[in-house]
Structure formats: structure tokens, C-alpha cells
Design a protein around this ligand. Structure first.
Ligand code: CUA
Length: 151
């Protein structure tokens, strides 16, 4: 009898799975190009919020870092935040795929042109944090970095 229950459970899961795939395929097929996570890589400078990249203080413990990756640099270059603050990173690329790794942390994401890549990180310790590109993006790939100073 246990087998029957499991078989039934399996069938239900399969049905749920197919439904999710179907719904998401339908949804993505109908998404307009102005979807919140999509961006025209040739129009980055004209697209909010990337028309004004930089660090924005939301409140004492919250910042938003709007960043642009382009071979071979990140904009903005240097940021300073308060210890214990959470930073919401919004990153896009103007050209190729770049990496976004904050050294000494578990933050590591790909920056894909055409997309707004985001993640949040709370800086519990003071110090200098290096942000590096860890996807090969050309001859000066190893030079591509920026910094966050946590004070
Ligand atoms: Cu950008 Cu490697």
C-alpha cells in the first residue's frame, strides 16, 4: 500500500512540475521586452537606474548599488558603506558576460548583457572588499575590479 501512496505522490509531483513548466513557458512567451529584469545592452546609459550608476543610501542599514560592467571596468569605482549595512547590487553589462565576485565573501554571480543581475549582501565586518570580474572578458580581464570600503 505504501508503494501506491508513493506512486500517487510521484504522479502528483509530475503533474505539478509539468504545470509549472507550462505556466512559466506561457508567461515568458508573453513577456514584453520591458520586463523588469531585461535591459537593452546598447541603451544602458539611457535606461533607469543605470543612467545614473552609483551607490544610493536607502537608510542607515540599506544601500542600493547600481553598477555597470564594461570591458574592462566597473562603474562606480569606489564605494563606502557603513558596517552592518545591506547592499542591494543591481548590475548589468554593456558588452559581454562579466563576473561579479566580492573577494572574502560568498558573493559570486555572472553579469549577463541584456539582464539586470541582482543580489543582496550584508557586510558584517569592516574592511576593504575587492570586487573582481571572474569571467574572462578580454585582454584586460585581470584588471577589471572595483572596491567597497566598509567602515
Ligand atoms: Cu570583465 Cu573579466
Amino acid at each position: 500500500r505504501l508503494e501506491k501512496i508513493w506512486l500517487g505522490f510521484g504522479c502528483v509531483m509530475l503533474a505539478v512540475f509539468l504545470l509549472i513548466i507550462g505556466v512559466s513557458a506561457f508567461a515568458s512567451g508573453n513577456q514584453p521586452p520591458s520586463d523588469a529584469t531585461l535591459i537593452d545592452p546598447t541603451q544602458v546609459d539611457q535606461t533607469k537606474p543605470f543612467d545614473k550608476p552609483g551607490l544610493k543610501k536607502i537608510d542607515d542599514n540599506k544601500y542600493e548599488a547600481v553598477m555597470v560592467s564594461q570591458a574592462f571596468q566597473f562603474t562606480p569605482q569606489d564605494m563606502v558603506i557603513k558596517k552592518g549595512a545591506t547592499v542591494d547590487f543591481l548590475v548589468t553589462s554593456k558588452d559581454v558576460v562579466h563576473g561579479f565576485e566580492i573577494v572574502k565573501t560568498n558573493v559570486n554571480m555572472m553579469v549577463v548583457p541584456g539582464h539586470i543581475n541582482s543580489l543582496e549582501y550584508t557586510f558584517e565586518k569592516a574592511g576593504d572588499y575587492l570586487i573582481v570580474c571572474n569571467e574572462y572578458c578580454g585582454t584586460a580581464h585581470h584588471m577589471m575590479s572595483t572596491k567597497i570600503k566598509v567602515v
